[in-house]
Design a binder for this molecule. Structure first.
Ligand SMILES: Cc1ncc(COP(=O)(O)O)c(C=O)c1O
Length: 457
């Protein structure tokens, strides 16, 4: 029988209660949080779609691997297991564990960047951009034009604009120390990058003699999209596709909090011996000895097992379908979202939904906050608050004003997702009453995490 219903490929052994609150409770909590949902106590959130990072549920096999971990400071057995799994998957010779993705970014960029250099990418994630800008280098986004228009359908909206990349390499190549590609493209809507496009980037990197690094946080979700959408990949396993993606690159940064299916962890991996040595020395300064890099032995075990589970077909089929299921419900109700739905999240187009709120009054924040007040759901603004403040202190509208509803891995069931769809549709129906916000106080970098805001009306 060919059943149409794609079920969760697991059963639940341990549960965690969620807290139901009243609207007046949520109003008080949001006010106390300076109208910034990052500052809310998670206990006051019913369904937490703030991020898919570190929020997944681990499997029984991961928990049992944790119990068997070796906590030796140097040369832990758990490190060798972690190292073997990462090397088998990526093929890179040097595997440097870090406590999460941004630590890998910081170590890589601090080791190799000089002021005035340029790092091209499809879209840099916020921490990637910040870690480049702190070195006084430029983070340059070169996603294809379709990737910047929420309603335009394209199977690989995360692709790099190869002509634009070639122009940069031709005209300013001496300022480019490496090229990056983010799979999937989180800041552009969790959209995948095709193997053909990765191959194109590789060819340009070969021609201009530049190293090519993947930001591989969601490599398995990207591999699944390639399997579904790209000619010639339907019969390949997700792992084989992932290995082919990594084989095109010279290294990667990785947050294992996403497709490592772990609550913490990450790594920097590469083939360049010299860069690896510099990175390991920096690692010792801030993260720890190279065989644990800021992680406990049990974290290394959880990540190693997670990297094996994440490429299993039943998992990826369910994962990508459950995100698409939410997207389909919202599209059917006429809610503007980035289309087609991405891998780990649905991105609501707040700028299109709230034309009465100009970008510099933060339509994404208006929508995020109303979703929380109405239904106890926490999403995140990916727009002008996150990206609008430039290093010189000026502010301009972000490329888009989105609200990301990120779906934690293996955490919520279909009825939770049905509730989310109902709530978003309700809030969209009452959109005329929503007004903008202003920032009361904020730090100079990564302001979205801690800024305090207030409603304008
Ligand atoms: C594409 C991308 N790169 C890098 C990171 C940073 O990883 P971490 O949060 O583990 O520091 C993230 C996290 O959300 C991400 O989505």
């Amino acid at each position: 029988m060919n059943f149409r219903t794609i079920i969760e490929p697991f059963r639940i052994k341990s549960v965690e209660s969620v807290k139901f609150t009243r609207r007046e409770d949520r109003e008080a909590a949001l006010r106390a949080a300076g109208f910034n949902v990052f500052r809310l106590p998670a206990e006051d959130v019913l369904i937490d779609l703030l991020t898919d990072s570190g929020t997944g549920a681990m499997s029984a096999l991961q928990w049992s691997a944790i119990m068997q971990a070796d906590e030796s400071y140097a040369g832990s057995r758990s490190f060798y297991r972690f190292d073997a799994v990462v090397r088998d998957l990526t093929g890179f010779t040097h595997v440097i564990p870090t406590h999460q993705g941004r630590a890998a970014e910081r170590i890589l960029f601090h080791s190799i960047l000089s002021p005035g250099q340029i790092v091209p990418n499809n879209n840099h994630f916020d921490t990637t951009r910040a870690n480049i800008e702190v070195e006084r280098a430029e983070a340059l986004d070169l996603v294809i034009p379709e990737g910047r228009i929420p309603h335009v359908i394209h199977p690989f909206k995360g692709n790099v604009d190869l002509a634009a990349l070639e122009r940069v390499l031709q005209e300013q190549g001496d300022r480019v120390p490496l090229v990056m590609v983010t799979v999937t493209n989180n800041s552009g809507g969790g959209q995948p990058v095709s193997m053909e496009n990765l191959r194109g980037v590789r060819q340009l990197c070969d021609r201009y003699k530049k190293p090519f690094f993947l930001d591989a946080c969601r490599f398995a979700e990207n591999a699944w999209f390639i399997k579904l959408r790209e000619a010639g990949y339907a019969d390949k396993t997700p792992k084989a596709i992932a290995q082919e993606m990594f084989a095109l690159a010279d290294g990667c940064t990785m947050s294992a909090k996403k497709d490592g299916l772990a609550n913490i962890g990450g790594f920097l991996a590469m083939n360049n011996d010299e860069w690896a040595e510099t990175a390991r020395n920096l690692l010792i300064l801030t993260e720890g000895f190279p065989t644990y890099g800021g992680l406990a032995g049990y974290d290394l075990e959880a990540v190693a097992r997670g990297l094996e589970e994440v490429v299993e077909e039943p998992y990826l089929r369910y994962r990508i379908r459950s995100t698409e299921y939410l997207g389909e419900k919202l599209i059917a109700a006429g809610v503007p979202i980035i289309r087609p739905p991405g891998g780990h999240a649905i991105y609501l187009d707040a700028r299109a939904l709230l034309p009465q709120v100009p970008p510099l009054q933060y339509p994404g924040i208006a929508l995020v906050n109303e979703l929380y007040l109405e239904a106890g759901i926490r999403g995140v603004e990916i727009g002008t608050v996150m990206f609008g403040l430039h290093p010189d202190g000026t502010e301009a509208p972000g490329a888009m004003d989105l609200v990301r509803l990120a779906i934690p891995r293996r955490v919520y069931t279909q009825s939770h997702i049905d509730y989310v769809a109902e709530a978003v549709i309700e809030v969209a129906a009452s959109r005329a009453k929503l007004t903008g916000y202003r920032i009361v106080s904020a730090p100079k970098a990564l302001r979205h995490f801690t800024a305090r805001l207030e409603p304008l009306a």
